[in-house]
Design a protein around this ligand. Sequence first.
Ligand code: KG4
Ligand code: ZN
Length: 349
Amino acid sequence: MILLGIESSCDETAAAVVRDGRHVLSSVIHSQIASHRPYGGVVPEIASRAHVGAFPVVTAAAMEQAGIAWRDLDAIAVTHGPGLVSSLLIGLSGARALGQALGKPVWGVNHIEAHLAGMFLAPAAPAPDAACPLLALMVSGGHTCLVEMTAVGQYRILGQTLDDAAGECLDKGANLLGLGYPGGPAIERAAQGGHPDYVHFPRGLEHARHRTTDNGLAIDMCFSFSGLKTALLYHLKKHPEELDGHRADLAASYQQAVMDSLAQRVERALAVTGARTLACVGGVAKNALLRGKLEALARRHSATLILTPLAYCTDNAAMVAAAAGLRVLAGLDNPPALEADPSLPLVGE
Ligand code: KG4
Ligand code: ZN
């Protein structure tokens, strides 16, 4: 089964060809970072216009690099949510036009499910059947949650952020530190050589216990990052001179606080669920400090660790084709890609 995957939910236009849900024949990503950098974040209007221009180029390149003909495709898989609606619509319209012209089915893929499928793209990763049940930390610019995956298509959210996503927190922190966009890699670079204990920034909800959120999640498996961002803001107001002499120390302290918050929750969830396999997916999964902390945690809890390959952490289309392919192999349907849903939930509501 050969699928063309298409991703346009935010600021990357991507296309990829994947065989049997796991074997990447090509993966092409057009990043718009340079267009959004002057504004310090993604501008939806600029993003959707850039998707229009990049879509034909990226899809043609993915097909050429895969070395297959259009007729060899079994179906097209496209992200239909969650994401920016004006960006989702471009990928969706392009995919539907291709499907019409080629006479191939067009399936809608959930972006979070796609990130989860990305963990299986390492050649050495176990198959989903062997890896499940597993506990996954999903950390990106738009989402931060802990997911229990019992099988392909079967997910339960154990905890999620009550405010900002971890990547968003890094992006906002980098902005305050004058480090540019995107903030995650900028903070990681700036933190090299800095002292992570220079300032002790708060770890959100650190002492919250025995409560549930309005939607019934245990508070000690949830995340909060808005206080951390505010703490950095006030610290810089009080000590503006540190931006010159101690930028690396501040970046390292801030990065440490974000990754500690994530690791604490993962440790709690490992203890509560007794999961034997731990995985990490999403753009922030690229972070070396986080990867190291999860390695240590997995060792301590004798759990198998699946880290998404670096090439498939941030948004890409291989994970989209993989998600649809894994569903087919598991005997599940993929929904027809009819409309964009900016707040599509991972778990049916
Ligand atoms: O998964 P992704 O590409 O898009 C969303 O679905 O949101 O994640 C983007 C996020 C951004 O917030 C970016 O700052 C963060 O991933 N990120 C990183 C690193 N590379 C990207 N965060 C920490 N360390 C990195 N090396
Ligand atoms: Zn994403």
